[in-house]
Design a protein around this ligand. Structure first.
Ligand SMILES: Nc1nc2c(c(=O)[nH]1)N[C@H]1C(S)=C(S)[C@@H](COP(=O)(O)OP(=O)(O)OC[C@H]3O[C@@H](n4cnc5c(=O)[nH]c(N)nc54)[C@H](O)[C@@H]3O)O[C@H]1N2
Ligand SMILES: Nc1nc2c(c(=O)[nH]1)N[C@H]1C(S)=C(S)[C@@H](COP(=O)(O)OP(=O)(O)OC[C@H]3O[C@@H](n4cnc5c(=O)[nH]c(N)nc54)[C@H](O)[C@@H]3O)O[C@H]1N2
Ligand code: SF4
Ligand SMILES: [Mo]
Length: 742
């Protein structure tokens, strides 16, 4: 028996785990008390790491479709099938005929952090879809416009703030998102212990809301109105005080003018929050020495997602809490860009191209995932004929899964990189299974830039890879080669090419610590057992804490990181404005034109309020999106795929607790057990996503026994936030009635 350290890849909290390993199998997982960031925290999903890792339904070998049936094949056969499937389509129909779908786990794997941009570069397709347009794309768009950098996402400085106003987030169940903070619950308790206040805005009394000092049960979809009214109050009551940042901000007056239309009295009815309470929210926040607003899924996957994301930052800026300890800050990751002197940037462009069928604008190089099915189904030049799906299950996670299911079934060619044969991958012609997490390395390329403390940690595979398996990095590198017509080449050539390209640019940059040096000599200094490790070493050494290939001998390198298995703490978040800004003006552009133009739509919503019930989602601590329902340890207890209904609504509608309800949306209808609870407010019903595992051809024996229903079947995909292309998954109108089947 032995132990190994491994960062948990199962959610954004990135907890350090200590795994117990017996005969090549993970037999236990506990929190690593010495981890510099998570200090021993673990949740039930991390504790189930061993079971999840060893799930017998995980695919071990590639599958290739022959005469309609998926059969096991060797890796060489599988990649030959990929090359054969892609080549004629690319030749005859061009790059747009291949669509790429990137799912959530790409932000949790080394491979997902390193290869998707290369794959997109090799394919040159604009048909790129990801979980971002079912999630946080509004925040990227808002940051792109405000700061000139769509990836500059500020996070609440959780450990130092003394007033946290949280909209549409439930970290007690999700463990936090766009705010990487292991033991988020403990950090919230610490906030309250040091005399700070937690205010939660959520149509449900979540576990997070239940521990708050104040819970505002807002009507779904109206947070932009609430925030605008708070902005109006800040101006009207002379509470605007941007502080030292003032000289780096433009557009404040324009925001003042826009906010004038939204005094609390004007929005109170729509939000169902009394005007006086809105004033109190604004005053308390402004009065706090260190106060911050933070919004998550309930603030982004809504009709006004980008406006809401923008207004979150507007409030933080106006009260002087952006880029300030205890406020909203920008993390600086060890593999991020070394800070350079401030200078005007290129800015952020939106809608550089549009989707073929509905004409949706691109955002951050992506098209809305809600457009995937129509781009496959609609004849004409540029139609998607093949899909490469990497770590994605859009049949369950995107609106109108039935339509997507049919569309995928009609593709000429599809590849899934996925450990499971599930609702989406069952349509693939080639399935390429990555190894389980215990046999994969881990580095948080994505989440270190969203972490509430700068730190860096790396895990090598806890257990060596079996001889007949290849790493997910090698899988994706070989896909890159297939996409560029070099199917037979060595996957390490891909990493070597990246290293050569990056070092070539660095030595030519006068601001780089390696300026003027010889790229080949630098490449020879890189350590690491394989291409991905050498790339990590390169990024660490060139990064903001790096050794600069010897320029700073105390700086970071892979070697140094490996010598610190529990990670290296890089200190609390530090101010980064103006160095971080890449807007054309070189300022925080507080009132960008595309956002100002969308305010009209928000104004109109005041007059045109939806009647009837609004649907919102919810998450459960023991689940994660669509793919953790196959682990017995996480599936115990009562059915979680229930429709939560407030007692008053239940009585009015004739629904009984435990009975069946029929729910109808514009995309379809379904029947689901009712859970009567006053945890959801009146006028709102809640159903979780990621369920609906009862499709043929799926190899999920545990999940299949309790399949649940797919909430996303209620949506037809026509409702989206127009600036970001993000689907409306919360605040969707539905009709609910008792099922006739009772
Ligand atoms: N109604 C509603 N819908 C939602 C949401 C909601 O709140 N409400 N939430 C949305 C959000 S926030 C998100 S992020 C999306 C998620 O949307 P998706 O990313 O499409 O869905 P996941 O369920 O995360 O699917 C992940 C896939 O990756 C596979 N996988 C797991 N581990 C690995 C790995 O290591 N490597 C590879 N290659 N594959 C792996 C799983 O088997 C699964 O097929 O769902 C969205 N959908
Ligand atoms: N256990 C678990 N953890 C997860 C996941 C999971 O599926 N399970 N998924 C991971 C992923 S991909 C993500 S993106 C994160 C998401 O992390 P969070 O954003 O914290 O996710 P949720 O728990 O869905 O919380 C969203 C809350 O918004 C509320 N809400 C809905 N509509 C509105 C609205 O209009 N206004 C306001 N103010 N609130 C609203 C909902 O009631 C819900 O409580 O979680 C991650 N962590
Ligand atoms: S909170 Fe997230 S990262 Fe931590 S153990 Fe649980 S699933 Fe893993
Ligand atoms: Mo997500």
């Amino acid at each position: 028996m032995s132990t190994a350290l491994r960062i948990c890849p199962l959610c954004e909290a990135t907890c350090g785990l200590t795994l117990t390993i017996d005969e090549g199998r993970v037999t236990g997982a506990r929190g690593d008390r010495e981890d510099v960031f998570s200090n021993g925290f673990i949740c039930p999903k991390g504790a189930a790491f061993g079971e999840l890792d060893a799930d017998p339904d995980r695919l071990r070998r590639p599958l290739v479709r022959r005469a309609g049936r998926l059969e096991e094949a060797s890796w060489d056969e599988a990649f030959a099938a990929v090359a054969e499937g892609l080549a004629p389509l690319l030749r005859e129909h061009g790059p747009q005929s291949v669509g790429v779908v990137l799912g959530n786990p790409n932000v949790h794997t080394v491979a997902g952090g390193l290869y998707p941009p290369l794959l997109l570069g090799a394919l040159r397709t604009r048909n790129v879809f990801s979980a971002s347009t079912l999630d946080q794309m509004p925040k990227h768009v808002s940051s792109g416009l405000l700061y000139g950098d769509a990836n500059a996402l500020p996070v609440p400085d959780l450990d130092r703030t003394d007033h946290l106003l949280m909209l549409g987030a439930n970290p007690l169940d999700s463990n936090g998102s766009l705010c990487t903070a292991p033991d988020f619950p403990g950090r919230l308790r610490a906030l309250r212990r040091r005399g700070g206040r937690l205010v939660v805005v959520d149509p449900r009394r979540t576990r997070t809301a239940a521990m708050a000092d104040r819970h505002v049960a807002i009507r779904p979809g109206t947070d932009a109105l609430l925030l605008f009214a708070m902005v109006q109050v800040l101006f009207a009551e002379d509470l605007v005080a941007p502080g030292p940042l003032a000289e780096h901000i433009s557009g404040v007056e324009e925001v003042r003018r826009l906010a004038a239309d939204f005094p609390p009295e004007a929005v109170a009815g729509a939000c169902d929050v009394p005007a006086e309470e809105i004033r109190t929210l604004a005053r308390e926040l402004a009065a706090a020495p260190k106060g911050v607003v933070y919004g998550r899924i309930g603030s982004t996957t809504v009709e006004f997602g980008t406006l809401t994301s923008w207004l979150v930052d507007v409030v933080n800026v106006l009260i002087g809490q952006l880029d300030r300890p205890g406020g909203m800050m920008f993390p600086l990751s060890a593999t991020g860009r070394r800070e350079r002197p401030a200078r005007p940037g290129k800015g952020f462009a939106l809608g550089r191209w549009h989707s073929r069928v509905s004409g949706y604008p691109e955002a951050k190089g992506e098209l809305p995932t809600v457009a995937l099915a129509e781009e496959i189904e609609t004849e004409g030049e540029g139609r998607i004929r093949a899909v490469l799906s990497i770590a994605a299950n859009p049949v369950l996670s995107a609106p109108d899964g039935d339509r997507l299911d049919r569309a995928l079934a009609g593709l000429d060619f599809m590849v899934s990189v996925d450990p499971y044969l599930n609702e989406t991958s069952r349509h693939a012609h080639v399935v390429l299974p990555p190894p389980p997490p215990s046999r994969s390395p881990h580095f948080d390329y994505a989440f270190n830039s969203l972490a509430v403390r700068n730190q860096v940690r790396y895990s090598r595979p806890a257990i060596p890879l079996e001889a007949d398996r290849i790493s997910e990095s090698a899988i994706l590198a070989r896909l890159v080669l297939c996409a560029s017509g070099q199917g037979g080449a060595d996957p390490e050539a891909v990493d070597a090419m990246v290293i050569q390209g990056t070092l070539g640019k660095e030595v030519a940059d006068p601001a780089s610590p390696v300026h003027g040096r010889e790229p080949g000599a630098l490449a020879a200094l890189l350590t690491g057992v394989d291409g991905p490790e050498r790339r990590l070493d390169m990024m660490l050494r060139l990064g903001p804490y790096g050794d600069g290939f010897g320029a700073d001998p105390d700086g970071l390198s892979l070697e140094k990181l490996l010598a610190h298995p529990h990670g290296i703490d890089l200190g609390p978040l530090r101010p980064r404005v103006p160095g971080l800004l890449k807007t054309r003006s070189g300022t925080v552009e507080l009132c960008p034109e595309p956002l100002a133009a969308d305010v009209d739509r928000l104004r109109r919503s005041l007059a045109d309020r939806p009647s009837g019930l609004l649907l919102v989602g919810r998450r459960h601590l023991r689940s994660n999106n669509s793919w953790m329902h196959n682990v017995p340890a996480l599936m115990g207890g009562s059915n979680r795929c229930t429709l939560q209904v407030h007692p008053e609504d239940a009585t009015r509608l004739g629904l009984d607790d435990g009975g069946l309800a029929r729910v109808k949306g514009d995309g379809g209808e379904l029947e689901v057990p009712v859970e009567v609870t006053d945890a959801v407010r009146t006028g709102v019903v809640s159903l979780p996503h990621g369920w609906g595992h009862a499709r043929p051809g799926v190899r999920l024996s545990v999940a299949g026994a309790r399949p649940g229903v797919n909430v996303n079947q209620l949506f037809d995909g026509s409702r989206l936030d127009p600036l970001s292309g993000t689907a409306v998954l919360n605040g969707h109108p539905v009709h609910v009635s008792p099922s006739l089947r009772h």
